[in-house]
Design a protein around this ligand. Structure first.
Ligand code: GDP
Length: 214
């Protein structure tokens, strides 16, 4: 798939304020500074799309972008930039608000097809990422893992780190997600992620919400 059109739509403070769930939706989330804005800009071929909604960690907003819709804004799919976790500056109340808003979003957003969880490929498995994935698993949302910043390490180290992460997950979960290895510097991983979205969009068209009930 190629992204021909991408536009920022709206930032919503809660799932009830999100746009009508009338097309497939893909959410992106990860620890602060993991490379989420860079990846969204790479996927959409735009230099600063994700910056439109960039919020300073404290605000919990669900940011919708409309991808490949027609001139009347019909069709296409939603790309959602979710507020990250692990911001040192968030107070306890703000962290609780983040958790409530995200739990609500993941459990109620009926058109959500899958969540792309971004994980820094340079690090050993981090408790904060595993905890978040555990939370998604409990809610029962399909997810996959996007390892970021792969250009910062040798291929061998990246491969070792990603395997260690998946093995760590296997200790706790039966669900083994699809994985992607990306670098926004080298522009790696874009084609694979967009091909996956295309595959799921096609299934969504055929099966509608049944796809989401699997
Ligand atoms: P966000 O907070 O998750 O949205 O992260 P950003 O996209 O703002 O990226 C955080 C920092 O990591 C920035 O300095 C980016 O330039 C850098 N970064 C993001 N992706 C990559 C990557 O693939 N390779 C390298 N070397 N740096 C990256």
């Amino acid at each position: 798939m190629e992204v021909n059109k991408a536009k920022y739509l709206i930032s919503s403070p809660s799932v009830s304020k999100c746009p009508t769930p009338d097309r497939p939706e893909y959410a992106f989330i990860g620890r602060s500074n993991v490379g989420k804005s860079s990846l969204i800009n790479l996927l959409t071929n735009q230099n600063a799309l994700a910056k439109v909604s960039a919020s300073p960690g404290k605000t919990v907003m669900i940011n919708h972008f409309l991808i490949n819709a027609n001139a009347k804004d019909e069709g296409g799919w939603y790309l959602v930039d979710l507020p990250g976790y692990g911001y040192a500056k968030r107070s306890k109340t703000q962290r609780e608000q983040w958790k409530k808003t995200m739990t609500d979003y993941f459990s109620k957003r009926e058109n959500l097809v899958t969540v792309f969880v971004l994980v820094d490929s340079r690090l050993s498995p981090q408790a904060i990422d595993l905890e978040f994935l555990g939370h998604l698993g409990e809610i029962g949302v399909p997810f996959n893992i996007v390892f970021t910043k792969s250009d910062k390490n040798s291929q061998a180290d990246t491969s070792k780190n990603t395997k260690t992460f998946i093995n760590k997950m296997k200790e706790e979960w039966e669900y083994i997600p699809r994985t992607f290895i990306t670098s926004t510097v080298k522009k790696n991983g874009r084609r694979e992620i967009l091909a996956y979205v295309q595959e799921l969009n096609d299934q969504y068209k055929e099966q509608g919400n049944q796809l989401l009930e699997q």
